[in-house]
Design a protein around this ligand. Structure first.
Ligand code: ATP
Length: 320
């Protein structure tokens, strides 16, 4: 059953569309990723889901409720970690957990939650003295304290070192395993590939693709990477004419071709025809990185629609 439904969502700032007709639904119990270039409209989309922004058009439902009209009810079932979160510097971890517990009619017991998030030794530490990873774990705890059915995590692991990031991934999986639906905004392909059941790729305010990570890779025009070092040079024209080859390049004397299974067969035929041996021939599946670049436009930041802020035209809008 879908716990989040977004249909025809539109939101503009100062007349410039940031979200331009977005549709997706999130099934209960899944980790759903929102991926996209800078300025694509990801945060605006999730802020409409959280009821922090009022959509210009379209409908958003969380467990059948309107995040703006039924804001109070939605805050009881949706926990949010915002992209840029801060707490008072002098607040201790224990005080923050107690304070947030007081916001909810039926908060979960924060002590086991703090234990699960590895914060029990930090309960007396002031917010300002926590490391980046500890702050992130505290924000996850605060987003879970109301016992939500859905949690929205916006760029949760940005700024964390690789170990802290991996620890956080395990936490997100544990949250999902405890029955909470996760809506995850991320820039990290590895994170999306590893964690998400499904991903919506948002580009210029629209959903460019929505699929499982492997489905996104398979639907990209370059789902296979072929690389080898030829024993004799091969003609550029013949390489460029390979069927379904999305790109042909060289890296340190190795030929690297992005294509499909058809391209692999054509490379083998080409090598046999010229009696060229392929040293260290590797055929690998493209990564989500390759699929992402293929599915999104690369000139996002230069557009007047959903690129970087244009202060003169788009007046900053405060969240509701
Ligand atoms: N409060 C605001 N006032 C005016 N324009 C805004 C505001 N918030 C976002 N925008 C603009 O809307 C567009 C989409 O921004 P949004 O933050 O939703 O993108 P994003 O995909 O989350 O980006 P990033 O990955 O960089 O965080 C951008 O062009 C941004 O400059």
């Amino acid at each position: 059953m879908a716990i989040i439904e977004v249909r025809g969502l539109r939101k503009a700032y100062g007349g410039k569309p940031a979200v331009d007709g977005v549709d997706f639904s999130v099934e209960e119990g899944e980790i759903f990723g929102i991926l996209g270039p800078n300025g694509a409209g990801k945060t605006t989309t999730v802020e409409c889901v959280e009821g922090l922004r009022i959509p210009d058009a379209g409908t958003v439902r969380v467990a059948g409720l309107d995040p703006v009209g039924d804001h109070l009810e939605v805050t009881q079932l949706l926990g949010a970690q915002l992209q840029e979160s801060e707490l008072q510097a002098k607040l201790t971890v224990r005080e923050a957990l107690e304070l947030y517990s007081a916001f909810y009619p039926k908060p979960v017991d924060w002590r086991p939650l703090a234990g699960r998030l590895g914060l029990e030794e930090k309960l007396s530490t002031r917010f300002a003295k926590l490391s980046g990873g500890q702050k992130q774990r505290l924000f996850i705890a605060l987003s879970l304290i109301g016992g939500p059915r859905v949690v929205v995590l916006d760029e949760l692991t940005t700024g964390l070192d690789p170990r802290a990031r991996r620890d956080t991934w395990r936490l997100i999986e544990e949250i999902r395993d405890s029955g909470v639906t996760v809506l995850l905004v991320t820039h990290f392909m590895e994170e999306a590939q590893r964690l998400c059941d499904r991903i919506a790729v948002i580009d210029r305010g629209k959903v460019a693709a929505l699929d499982t990570p492997s489905g996104l890779i398979a639907r990209s025009t370059a789902s296979t990477v072929i690389s080898f070092t030829p024993s004799e040079p091969l003609g550029d024209e013949e390489l460029a004419a390979l069927p379904k080859a999305a790109s042909v390049g060289t890296q340190g004397g190795r030929i690297v071709i992005n294509g499909t299974d058809e391209t692999v067969n054509a490379v083998i035929t080409l090598l046999a025809r010229h009696r060229v041996t392929a040293h260290q021939l590797r055929v690998t599946e493209a990564t989500l990185d390759d699929a992402f670049l293929d599915l999104t436009e690369n000139d996002i930041d230069t557009t007047a629609t959903a690129g970087q802020p244009d202060e003169a035209a788009a007046q900053p809008e405060e969240r509701v």
